[in-house]
Design a protein around this ligand. Structure first.
Ligand code: UDP
Ligand code: MG
Length: 310
């Protein structure tokens, strides 16, 4: 009998977890000929999330497993740990807050079983209940990253997706330290079908993703999946070089035609020095970002540290 692993990254989800488990159980128990297991990953929560996981584990120790980190490593690390622990022929990744409707599971499973697709993903068609600025920035992010990166990132795609074992193994083979899942899911390839749904709000708890945190996440994603920012330095350098050559020719010719003309433009000189200084710092900063990533990668630190696994 095929087995489905349900991987759930959890950070401070003490209120959501007790609602999540029965909601998913109700759906998966009705799918004939499918075994399921849960991998609840406690990402160093500060509340009673782990206690809730222990409770669920004691209800069904054979099927409900959990692992807990030594501290908060972030959702990407929790996702990776869950995928590593999962043993199923199919794996689905879900948030604990029921923003990923469990009612999709039977449909996702039957699409994968037909064999044409290796992955069934989901995308939100609206962003109801979200701040305007957040939606705006997120639209811009998808535009920019798809322009500068070879990896296609589907706008509005959520991490909620069901994958075959083959695809999960491909994802696990990517051991990069800085993990941008939206990019990784797409980078490994395979055929993905997207199901669409309207945004659902959290059942309980609050989101940990402030607009600023999302912005930084987006910037990291661009740096992880594109080298376009590095080319910026080349373009800025080339442009200012060409402009300076034109300026030089202009100054020499002016001197030849009008030998009495005096030096001019101290104010504009200062502006130009500041402009070029600024551009140089910007470019060094961009290069620095990439060096920082190399530094973190060569240190080869583990992506997560497990404290307890059951
Ligand atoms: N999460 C996590 N570690 C973190 C932050 C979040 O494991 O550091 C989990 C969280 O418990 C939830 C999922 O990642 O199950 C998505 O988080 P959230 O619902 O806050 O984000 P949103 O749905 O708003 O994108
Ligand atoms: Mg959520």
């Amino acid at each position: 009998m095929p087995k489905l692993s349900i991987v759930v990254p959890c950070y401070n989800e003490q209120e959501a977890l007790p609602l999540f488990y029965p909601a998913v159980e109700e759906v998966v128990q009705r799918v004939d000929g499918l075994k399921t297991e849960y991998w609840l990953v406690d990402d160093g929560s500060a509340d009673q999330t782990l206690a809730e996981m222990r409770k669920l584990h004691s209800i069904d120790p054979e099927r409900v497993h959990y692992l807990t980190f030594s501290r908060n490593f972030g959702k990407e690390s929790a996702l990776y740990a869950g995928l590593e622990a999962a043993t199923g022929d199919y794996v689905v990744v879900m948030d604990a807050d029921l923003q990923d409707p469990p009612s999709f599971l039977p449909q996702m499973y039957s699409i994968l079983q037909e064999g044409e697709y290796d992955c069934v993903g989901t995308r939100r068609t609206d962003r109801k209940g979200e701040a305007k600025i957040k939606s705006f920035l997120s639209d811009q992010f998808y535009k920019v990253i798809n322009r500068v990166s070879q990896t296609n990132i589907v706008p509005g795609a959520r991490d909620f997706r069901m994958m075959t074992r083959q695809m999960v193994d491909a994802i696990l083979s990517m051991k990069e330290y800085s993990r941008f899942s939206k990019g990784i899911f797409s980078w490994v390839g395979f055929r993905t079908k997207y199901l669409e749904y309207k945004n659902v709000e959290r059942v309980a708890g609050t989101t940990d993703w402030s607009t600023w945190k999302l912005f930084k996440y987006a910037m990291d994603g661009i740096a992880d999946f594109s080298q376009a920012p590095l080319s910026l330095a080349v373009w800025l350098g080339t442009t200012s070089f060409i402009i300076s050559i034109i300026g030089l020719i202009f100054v020499v010719i002016r001197r030849l035609i009008e030998p009495t003309s005096s030096a001019f433009g101290w104010a504009s000189m200062v502006c130009i020095i500041l402009l070029l200084g600024g551009l140089q710092l910007l470019c060094i900063g961009i290069v620095g970002k990439y060096i920082g990533r190399i530094y973190m990668q060569v240190k080869n630190r583990p992506i997560y540290i497990i404290k307890e696994k059951k």
